[in-house]
Design a protein around this ligand. Structure first.
Ligand code: CP
Length: 313
């Protein structure tokens, strides 16, 4: 049976901890001796139906630094689901490559890819979740704070989206508490909250509307683009104006940070500066945005090695 990386919820905590340890080792190795070419002859297809800077580049760099090769296929190249069925695309790709990292909007399409693919499929972001980003985030937190269990992370903004869901899955798996702080109408769906609480207990996730209350005594403040302002499609100008007003109290800025002067500031990027985060927060001493982006490379190396393995000696 082929193993995939679609959601943190599919993986056990020991396996995820092993990935984190491997990523830490690979980061150290990269900055000391460099890597031996353990993925020589291995190829990764990047099937991307949406734009990307961090995910695309970090996957390409990751496999290249391990001696392998990546192939970028954008929507116009493949036109998966229109020109050709999802099943045929992944079965044909499986004849050429050793793994596929896919960025598709609809999570069901990713699940269909995994159903048919003869090689591992990695979730490079769907509307549902973003597990590679979450692993880079927890690596960053662990590097900075030395642990994950028992920490308090607050997510400010629209919590019914991919990054918030992945952080909740990380909270379930790594034992930290996630506080969600959203305006009315933009909360994470009850089904996901209930699932997380059933597995990890009531305390794993809390919903606190007031952002000033939500950031009290937290270790990490996390934000992402507000719904309708990011890559999943724009809203009308009138609706955008309404949302800017509705979300403005949730902006991560100096005034909010005054209530959590020691908390790390995190954002998966791209950042809409002046909306969910101010320049002062994104660029200040509490910010770990660039460390998160760099850690994408190290965790994705660990994921690739786990799923695809090393070339024969
Ligand atoms: N954080 C993230 O996934 O960035 P990209 O959309 O640039 O890949």
């Amino acid at each position: 049976m082929v193993k995939h990386f679609l959601s943190l919820m599919d993986w056990s905590t020991p396996d995820l901890e092993e990935l984190l340890d491997k990523a830490t080792f690979l980061k150290r190795e990269h900055f000391s001796t460099g890597h031996p070419p353990v993925m020589r002859g291995k190829t990764l297809a990047l099937v991307f139906q949406k734009p990307s800077l961090r995910t695309r580049v970090s996957f390409e760099i990751a496999i290249q630094q391990l001696g392998g090769h990546a192939l970028y296929l954008c929507k116009d190249d493949v036109d998966m689901g229109d020109r050709e069925s999802i099943a045929d695309v992944v079965r044909v790709l499986g004849e050429y490559v050793h793994s596929i990292a896919a960025r598709v909007s609809d999570h069901n399409n990713l699940l269909e890819m995994a159903t048919w693919s003869p090689v591992p499929v990695i979730n490079a972001l769907t509307k549902h979740n973003h597990p590679c980003q979450a692993m880079a985030d927890v690596l960053t937190i662990q590097e900075e704070l030395g642990q994950l269990a028992g920490l308090k992370v607050v997510y400010l903004g629209s919590s019914n989206q991919d990054t918030a869901r992945s952080l909740l899955f990380a909270a379930v798996k790594f034992g930290f508490q996630l506080i969600l702080s959203s305006p009315e109408g933009f909360w994470m769906e009850a089904e996901t909250l209930d699932m997380a609480r059933a597995i990890a207990g009531e305390q794993v996730v809390q919903c606190v509307s007031n952002p000033t209350e939500a950031v009290q005594k937290v270790d990490v403040i996390y934000t992402d683009s507000w719904e309708g302002m990011g890559m999943w499609g724009k809203v009308s100008d009138a609706e955008a104006t309404r949302r800017l007003h509705l979300f403005s109290p949730y902006q991560v800025n100096e005034s909010l940070m005054a209530h959590a002067p020691k908390a790390l500031i995190m954002h998966c990027m791209p950042a809409n500066r002046g909306q969910e985060i101010s320049d002062a927060a994104a660029d200040g001493i509490q910010s770990r945005l660039l460390q998160q982006a760099q850690n994408r490379v190290h965790v994705q190396k660990a994921i690739l090695l786990h799923l695809v393995g090393c070339a024969a000696a």
